[in-house]
Design a protein around this ligand. Structure first.
Ligand code: NDP
Ligand code: ENO
Length: 451
């Protein structure tokens, strides 16, 4: 495991052609950025989209071809940027056309099936070097992690790919496929499970949380609502793929659902001592080494990003049990995970999630307030019971591995929240841009120092 600065290109690097198979959101980001850095780029989507894609990219320096055979034949680095569920079929189709001696990688969010497909279908002379940008297509890539997986690779091949991808000005992290999947099961799959469950619970209670007085509680609630809306405004297949196909994700999501259920049972049976001991033990295990240092998030920034019309002063806000947060720490504790160790594969959403969890656990008064509310206050009970059902439901959906039922669960909630998606996306983008200003500025400053 290492983090490296970009390596100087080998002498022939400027001649390399990069091929992109799958011109969806991430494929387009890659094609535009890599071409903008001066590399030759060829790209395709499904053959039936050829004419439309060609018209769209007319006059640009990106060459659109009819299919993946043509892209594979003429490219030195081919990136498959298709739905994770389709990776085996697409590599099976185009893999045998790979140019002799080329390097092949993929952008899918889970590497076990991608690497298996490459090993199964690519000619043996082909190197395998995969990648994964840990951010969405609309997020500034500077300073965000970019994982490079040199699975079947020469040092020269790795140097070339590192050089090509350095145009994203991301934080390059070299990992094995296995390390990548174990870490992203936490930073992505479990994080998403928590927010998917919040959305499902609010939908089950027929609530738009920003219209409910008890959710007008500033920073933490704003993050929960904005991220939940952000996830449900995206494509279901991204979340389904990275959870269902990641061998480590099922167990971690199940552990999260178990923590939610067990804590909820302690709450409704008013076992305050047991509940409190468990919360504090989990907090000590997870945050013990991180008591000092700067918090990841600042409350005053988060307060600015609310979907609600009414802003309630801090001293009049109603405390929340924050079952979703308490269960996250309980789950990390049970699994022996220290989330700070996973920051090498952080996404913007994970940083926000860890940020709010940390915010509660490093403020003893706030944590005591959560424990007190969980035990004594019925205001959030109907939310917490629906949240418990939802967490177990999402865990089942992932365990059963059925993409179609995952899609139905997802789209039901997505449709419910659709009317406010545009506004939530705008707010979420502003919130993420503001919070990551510092990360981006640090990345630029360290590049300038290196130059
Ligand atoms: N969106 C995100 O935030 C991120 C996504 N990823 C990963 O990147 C990959 C792509 O995601 P994203 O761009 O968002 O998804 P999209 O659905 O926007 O893009 C995938 C594209 O691949 C196309 N495709 C499918 N089969 C073929 C084929 N046989 N030949 C050529 N093209 C094909 C799809 O067409 P059609 O729609 O017709 O099937 C679609 O246009 C996914 O595996 C995802 O997990 C990684 C990082 C971030
Ligand atoms: O930040 C998140 O978790 C997102 O929702 C965006 C995202 C989705 C899939 C990826 O593989 C990487 C980033």
């Amino acid at each position: 495991m290492s983090t490296e600065l970009p390596i100087e290109p080998p002498a022939d690097a400027q001649d390399a052609t990069v091929g992109i198979i799958g011109m969806g959101d991430m494929g387009r980001l890659y094609a535009r950025t890599i071409s903008g850095a001066g590399w030759k780029v060829t790209a395709c989507d499904r053959p039936d989209k050829y004419e439309a894609l060609r018209a769209e990219f007319q006059g640009s320096s990106i060459t659109i071809l009819e299919n993946g055979h043509l892209v594979s034949r003429c490219s030195d680095y081919i990136i498959y940027s298709v739905e994770a569920e389709n990776i085996d079929a697409v590599v099976k189709l185009y893999g045998p056309s790979t140019k002799m001696g080329a390097i092949v990688g993929g952008q899918t969010s889970c590497k076990a099936p991608e690497i298996a497909a490459f090993e199964r279908h690519l000619p043996k002379d082909v190197e395998i070097i995969s990648c994964h940008s840990l951010h969405g297509p609309k997020v500034d890539s500077r300073g965000q992690p970019l994982v490079i997986i040199s699975h079947r690779a020469t040092p020269k091949g790795t140097a070339l790919i590192t050089r090509i991808l350095s145009c994203f000005r991301s934080k390059t992290v070299h990992l094995s496929a296995l390390e990548h999947d174990r870490i992203t099961a936490d930073t992505q799959a479990v994080t998403h499970a928590a927010f998917l469950s919040m959305g499902t619970a609010w939908h089950a209670n027929a609530q738009f949380p920003w219209e409910v007085e008890r959710y007008n509680a500033g920073g933490i609630e704003n993050v929960k609502i904005n991220i939940m809306m952000r996830i449900y405004s995206n494509k279901w297949h991204v979340y389904a793929g990275l959870a269902i196909l990641n061998p480590a994700a099922k167990d971690q999501i199940r552990a999260y659902a178990d923590s939610v259920t067990e804590l909820f049972k302690l709450m409704i049976s008013h076992k305050k001592q047991e509940f409190s001991d468990r919360i504090l033990a989990a907090g000590a295990a997870v945050f013990g080494r991180h008591r000092g240092g700067q918090l990841l998030l600042r409350d005053d920034i988060l307060d600015q990003y609310s979907l609600s019309a009414a802003q309630i002063p801090k001293n009049e806000r109603r405390p929340n049990s924050h079952l979703s947060l308490l269960a996250m720490v309980d789950c990390w504790w049970k699994l022996g995970i220290v989330p700070y160790d996973h920051m090498i594969c952080e996404t913007p959403l994970f940083r926000l999630w860890l940020g709010v969890v940390e915010y509660v656990y490093r403020d003893r008064r706030l944590l005591e307030e959560c424990i007190e509310t969980a035990m004594e206050d019925d205001t959030f009970r109907m939310d917490d019971i629906e949240f418990t059902f939802a967490a177990r439901g999402w865990s089942d959906a992932v365990s059963f591995g059925d993409f179609e039922s995952y899609r139905k669960r997802f789209e039901k909630v997505q449709t419910y929240f659709a009317p406010r998606v545009a506004e939530a996306t705008r707010l979420g983008n502003e919130m993420i841009a503001k919070i990551f200003e510092k990360t981006r500025d640090e990345a630029i400053a360290s590049e300038e120092t290196a130059e």
